[in-house]
Design a protein around this ligand. Structure first.
Ligand SMILES: [Zn+2]
Length: 202
């Protein structure tokens, strides 16, 4: 079993390679292990990331087949099916690190801020389900001076939303709470910069 600390180290190192335009040979070799992996998996980290095409977890952390258990949803929000996916992987594969990976200029955050400032009529209920999950973490920001600075507002919104998802995973599931208290499961937030390629752990 890979501890949370060791898993974090692997992710940090992998992202440093990615940001420097390098790929490790271990990552490349993993493609040839497809057949061996058919018998089972032991992902060392669980990533709850955004669906944004520019933030594929395996690539930005330079990891190969079988390394990461990845859940992607617009705005890296936490709804019951995301909690269930994390519970499943943590309980079944003994994975000890969960990373909520948000990113700069996240469209789901921008859409939520726009919706709060200028509500649209007849918004799709399905889209509203995402906006409604992001809303509680960003609407307070619109009451501060940040509302005059669009870029700062988006940046703070992204971080507030990451923190909200981390909180939700830490406290919104008995299974995960128990794994945190008794088995060394860690849930951490991280932000990927589209501009630099670097992931900052919060
Ligand atoms: Zn996004």
């Amino acid at each position: 079993m890979v501890s949370a600390g060791e898993a974090l180290e692997r992710l940090r190192n992998g992202n440093a390679r990615f940001a420097a335009n390098m790929t490790s040979s271990v990552t490349l070799i993993s493609h040839s292990q497809r057949a061996a992996l058919a018998g089972g998996q032991q992902p060392f980290a669980i990533i709850l990331g955004c669906s944004d095409s520019r933030v594929p977890a395996e690539i930005v952390f330079d990891q190969g087949l079988g390394d990461l258990f990845v859940i992607r949803v617009a705005g890296n929000i936490v709804a019951p099916s995301q909690v269930g996916s994390v519970e499943f992987a943590a309980a079944r594969f003994d994975t000890r690190l969960v990373v909520v990976l948000g990113h700069s200029q996240c469209g789901a955050i921008i859409a939520t801020l726009e919706e709060l400032q200028r509500p649209t009529e007849n918004q799709s209920r399905n889209l509203a389900a995402i906006v409604d999950r992001v809303r509680p973490s960003v609407e307070g920001l619109l009451k501060t001076n940040l509302r005059h600075d669009r870029q700062a507002l988006i940046m703070e919104g992204v971080r507030a939303n990451i923190r909200a998802s981390v909180d939700h995973l830490r406290h919104g599931s008995q299974v995960l709470e128990q794994l945190i208290q008794e088995e060394g499961l860690h849930v951490v937030g991280a932000e990927y910069s589209l501009e630099t390629g670097r992931v900052e752990f919060l």
